[in-house]
Design a protein around this ligand. Sequence first.
Ligand SMILES: [Zn+2]
Length: 396
Amino acid sequence: MRRPFVVLLAALAMPAVAPAQGDSTTAPDPIAQLVARLDLEPYKATIKRLTNFGDRRQGTDRNRAAVDWIEAQLRSYGCSNVARLRYEYQPPSSPSPGGRGGQGVRTDDRGGQGVTPAAGGGRYRGIRARTGVNTDSTKQPDARLRALDAQASTPGEREEVYCTKIGTTHPGEMYIVSGHMDGIGWGEAANDDGSGTALVMELARVFSGPDVRTDRSIRFILWNNEETGLNGSRAYVEQRRALQGSPEEPKWLGMIQHDMMLFDHGMPRAHGTLAAEQRPEADVNIEFQSSAKFAAEAEQLAWTFERANEKYATDYPASVSSHMTNTDSAPFQDYVPAISLRENERGTQIGAGWDPNWHQPTDLYATYGDKDFQLGLNAAQTTLGAVAGLVGATIK
Ligand SMILES: [Zn+2]
């Protein structure tokens, strides 16, 4: 049976916000005003403060302290209905070798028949560099950080925090805007995923402004246990999917995940090295998954974000592609239109070594410069602009 696609398209349509031509008395675009409430310095400051908790590995005191701090921040922004999801996490008895990261090789992949596709189904192009997860504490040269990251994970109960902007006319319908707050690799998880966590927190701050109204609701969630295999987002889907439409859980209209927002220095060069600076043609990668049940609707949602990027992002453009994978939107993708925003495509680019700090001791706040942070801010502008349109945001 076909889904009611026309209804969905109506829901996804951006409201007409542009002032009528030639009418100088028309009020300014409220979405542009909301986007202007984002700034580079508060975004950087939030990432910096997340790195005070080291790598925030799940099942540790530093992870729990970070969840507490995030909750206190959300409350301070005035975000309503702050709550926690609780679930049990038991690690698998024999972890898969190499984790979820693709084990890249220094090789030219010329494509053609029989080539193994990238994670998510994409095709590798050009030069690939090695990837993997650092599990060796001695690779972290900073003794202070090595000590901060030292406590090992203990199996058991986990918590993750969320809050909700309540819509005024359709409170029982919501978009989910999320990132993951846990990390690995014996660094500070500044990019993966302090950058996505800070983006979601900044949007919670702006949408929670006392003068901001939205027709529909927005839930801001900071997942735990992403790095062990999306356990926190899977737990949310398992516990709350059937509650949709009840007073406890608004109906899900779409899910937007943010993971690694800063670093787009381009393809590795022939000897595996990368450009020192953000490439000027860096972009925000918006991905949907073409094999998802809601692929067509997710694609529409992705293009809505691309249009919002063109209209509201100050520096960097956005690209849309079809191989979303290995991220917390995946457990949602067969139930609701789901997309992810990232610095690079996860499968064909991150998986080919485009981010040398990924899961490494070098994923430190100090590793990144303002051109890197600016890419993350442009992703924030993109999501804020798109979601503000989708939920009918206005300023009182
Ligand atoms: Zn991540």
